[in-house]
Write a protein that binds this ligand. Structure first.
Ligand code: SF4
Length: 427
């Protein structure tokens, strides 16, 4: 491409700021606006380097939220994962701050400068400059190269200096911005977390407690509420998470898979258990190895349980399969992950003064059954006036299928039980 002349060296009038994440953006954009008070600033979220997609969505929502707080226009770029993977092909094993990162900056900043040109911006910059883990020299090199190629000025600011990082951290806490724990790509994730990273890359059906899917749901509603100027507050809590990875129950002789669900907090099975029924007691069939248990139910649906105590590996199966299960050898496998997890309750409104509380589970049952975000958006819209008048509040409860969100809410706000409570059910 032929070099284009930089449009002007005057004060920028329209700046496109590439956004990598909300944590870096909240302080960087604030400072940028202070430095160029007359310029129009557009936040551009273009980050196909973020994996998995759920993590991308989470950072997208957060960045949108940060821009809302600052009153900065926000636009989203394409999630061109394939293009990005092709760009860094052969550099997968390089460490962070190495050659792969230069290619990654190249891609993100090139698309940003093209967007800047398309939107008639005279300057562009990136919030990557705020990140302590990014090389300023690399960013300067890439930015200047693109400035020369496209004729759009590259604004290089190191706002980290002079206590900038501390100020950024303070702002992140104050504004309840969610902080990610890895740079973005799956390669950095592998290098940083080893085997543990596999869990980060798994997508679960529905929104299981403490997963990214549940978190996205909560953040999305938080953004919506703050756009309407409704007060929001997040209260994070920890719990022992239980996640079914894979499981199957079948009768090898008949080549028949028995439809089943895994009972929450079942222990895992070692390898494949080939077992025979020992006895049936009430609704339970007990097998002769690995404490495998089948619980017979009328209809196959999810059973949220109270507490978080691990039990036998237990499959829920409809009663009509009882005879088959008692008379045949079955083969079963079950992989689950148990790990310390975090979730949160989101309070929309003033919980102290509100006389009426709507309690809404953020998570879904294992089968994916849960409350659609559109339904809660509609509630926020309908109840907006009452929430502003402090008569009503909404509480989005995290990990409620494990009965944790509400318990935690009562711990933090013991008076809630005295209020008029309306539950919004999973169905
Ligand atoms: S570590 Fe970060 S900057 Fe480097 S390639 Fe991965 S996502 Fe891009």
């Amino acid at each position: 491409m032929e070099k284009e002349k930089i449009q002007s060296q005057e004060e920028p009038k329209k700046i496109l700021a590439h956004i990598c994440c909300a944590v870096d953006a909240i302080y960087f954009l604030k400072r940028l606006r202070e430095d160029f008070p007359k310029a129009e600033i557009i936040g551009f979220f273009y980050d196909p380097n973020i994996h998995p997609y759920e993590e991308y969505l989470l950072r997208l929502k957060e960045s949108q939220h940060a821009c809302n707080l600052l009153g900065i226009k926000f636009i989203e770029g394409d999630y061109n994962l394939e293009g990005w993977l092709n760009k860094v092909k052969g550099y997968e094993h390089y460490p962070e701050k190495g050659a792969r990162c230069v290619l990654c900056f190249d891609d993100r900043l090139q698309v940003s400068v093209e967007k800047a040109k398309e939107l008639g911006c005279d300057s562009f910059t990136t919030t990557l400059l705020m990140s302590p883990k990014k090389s300023q020299e690399q960013l300067l090199k890439v930015g200047k190269k693109l400035e020369n190629l496209y004729g759009v000025r590259y604004i290089h600011k190191d706002y980290r200096k002079g206590g900038g990082v501390q100020e950024m951290n303070r702002l992140v806490r104050e504004k309840e911005i969610w902080r990610q724990d890895y740079c973005g790509c799956m390669f950095a994730l592998f290098q940083q977390k080893g085997e543990e990273s596999l869990f980060d890359l798994i997508g679960f059906k529905g929104r299981l407690p403490g997963t990214k899917e549940e978190h996205i749901f909560i953040r999305q509603l938080k953004v919506e509420a703050s756009l309407k100027d409704l007060p929001t507050r997040e209260e994070e809590f920890q719990f022992i998470g239980w996640y079914p990875l894979r499981g199957k129950l079948e009768i090898p002789k008949l080549k028949k898979v028995i439809p089943s669900l895994i009972k929450p907090f079942s222990s895992p099975i070692r390898g494949i258990a080939k077992v025979d029924a020992v006895e049936k007691v009430g609704d339970f069939i007990f097998y002769n190895k690995q404490n495998l248990t089948v619980q017979l139910v009328d209809r196959l649906e999810d059973y949220p349980i109270k507490g978080s105590v691990l039990g036998n590996p237990t499959f829920l199966v409809e009663r009509k399969y009882e005879k088959l299960l008692l008379e045949n050898r079955i083969a079963a496998f079950l992989e689950v992950k148990i790990k310390p997890s975090k979730s949160r309750n989101l309070i929309i409104g003033d919980i102290k003064t509100a006389q009426r509380l709507f309690l809404i589970p953020a998570d879904t049952l294992q089968c994916g059954k849960g409350i659609a975000p559109e339904r809660v958006s509609e509630m926020i819209k309908t109840l907006e006036g009452e929430i502003k008048n402090k008569k009503t509040a909404l509480v989005i409860l995290g990990a409620q299928s494990f009965n944790i969100g509400y318990e935690y809410l009562k711990q933090r706000h013991p008076y809630v039980e005295e209020k008029k409570i309306e539950w919004v059910d999973y169905s």
